[in-house]
Design a protein around this ligand. Structure first.
Ligand SMILES: NC(=O)c1ccc[n+]([C@@H]2O[C@H](COP(=O)([O-])OP(=O)(O)OC[C@H]3O[C@@H](n4cnc5c(N)ncnc54)[C@H](O)[C@@H]3O)[C@@H](O)[C@H]2O)c1
Length: 363
């Protein structure tokens, strides 16, 4: 008898759903249902991507479909409640980033996954980019020696995702660019083997978050009377267990040349960076990617080794979702673990707390 395919359903039919659908299908699963509290969004997604069943209640969907897994692709405040519901129903969970609003919620999700003996993985999709995979492989070979420091950055010039919508409402998003653009911080920690944070010292700024000039090309609606109580930029210094440190900078609105994401590392024997300069004003033709290793020969000559010229315009989103399916099917190692998500969110919490109190925070 032919073995039936893994059955997965979507919770959330917004902007990110398309990447999950493509990745789950690529990994070998059937996307059997989509649920959204906005029935029109669910209907449209089902029709655009040929998904057979539509729901507006997660409970009804879970009861009616014989699911193996769900993906949680909703505003951040609903990540933990929906993931916990799914895990309680013995389903594997793929959850978009950030893992949740804070470390406390993320820990509850990690514990629930352990209790249910189910996979809980996150959309840390930049780990699935070809450059990131190539660099991680080099780091794992040991050629860097001990890594002393990392610098992680995701900065935008005009990149505020709407005004007054869920992204700018702290109670729903958990914060602004620090929690939204946490990919660089996650990548840096992942390259370093995920050391725990020790102390954080930070400042956040909300100078530009309500200035319409910095709105940018994001397709989010503007709500005239909506809330805008998150930062527009975050800058922090974090010390890590084992003696290393991480500096981070995340912004939706700063007066820089253009949007840029980068992670740099300094090892005892070698340094590296991975950089994406996004296209000017959203024009992909002007995007620039680079990833390389930097060292010195015994005679003091510089050695620059470009790593890969492969690039992924989908920023690893499809490959990351496919890895979830392949992990559940036992065909690949997971790209992310709940333990890493907890450590990341402890650092994010500490950065926000330090910015609030003006003092260093023990993590
Ligand atoms: N990995 C990445 O590169 C990346 C990029 C963008 C967004 N994201 C993350 O993906 C998630 C979704 O973002 P988006 O851009 O798709 O948002 P979106 O606003 O486009 O869509 C969210 C959808 O969720 C629905 N929804 C809200 N509450 C719900 C609930 N309780 N049950 C079911 N549906 C519900 C909304 O009606 C909406 O259709 C967020 O956590 C965001 O941080 C990740």
């Amino acid at each position: 008898m032919k073995k039936s395919k893994m059955r997965i359903a979507l919770l959330g039919a917004g902007g990110m759903a398309r990447y999950h659908i493509e990745g789950f299908r690529e990994g070998g699963a059937d996307v059997v249902a989509v649920c959204d509290v906005n029935p029109d969004a669910a209907e449209k997604c089902a029709s655009d991507f040929s998904i057979p069943a539509v729901y507006s209640s997660a409970d009804e969907m879970i009861a009616a479909e014989k699911l193996d897994a769900v993906s949680v692709i909703v505003p951040n405040a609903f990540h933990a409640p929906l993931a916990l519901k799914a895990l309680k129903n013995s389903l594997h969970v793929y959850c978009e980033k950030p893992p949740a609003l804070n470390a406390r919620e993320t820990m509850a999700m990690a514990k629930a996954a352990e209790r249910a003996k189910k996979r809980l993985m996150f959309g840390f999709c930049n780990r699935a980019r070809p450059e990131a995979a190539a660099l991680r492989k080099e780091i794992r070979s040991g050629r860097f020696g001990k890594i002393d420091s990392a610098q992680a950055m995701w900065i935008r010039r005009t990149g505020i995702p709407g005004y007054g919508g869920w992204f700018t409402t702290k109670a729903v998003s958990g914060g602004g660019p620090l929690i939204d653009l946490l990919h660089g911080v996650d990548l840096a920690l992942w390259f370093m083997g995920y050391p725990k944070g020790e102390y954080a010292l930070a400042r956040t700024f909300d100078t530009l978050v309500r200035d319409k000039k910095f709105r940018g090309p994001w397709g989010m609606p503007t709500f005239k009377d909506g809330t805008c109580d998150v930062e527009s930029a975050a800058h922090a210094f974090v010390t890590l267990e084992g003696g290393a440190c991480l500096s981070l900078r995340c912004s939706w609105a700063e007066m820089v040349e253009r949007e840029m994401m980068s992670v740099s590392l300094q090892g005892a024997k070698e340094g590296a960076d991975i950089t994406r300069k996004f296209g000017v004003d959203g024009d992909d033709a002007t995007a620039e990617d680079s990833c390389g290793l930097y060292s010195m020969s015994s005679s003091g000559k510089r050695i620059d080794k470009p790593l890969t010229d492969k690039r992924d315009e989908k920023m690893g989103r499809v490959r990351c979702a496919a890895n979830f399916v392949r992990t559940v099917l036992g065909k690949e190692e997971p790209l992310s673990t709940p333990e890493e998500a907890v450590e990341l969110m402890k650092i994010i919490d500490a950065v926000y707390k330090s910015a609030r109190t003006g003092a260093p925070v023990k993590i």
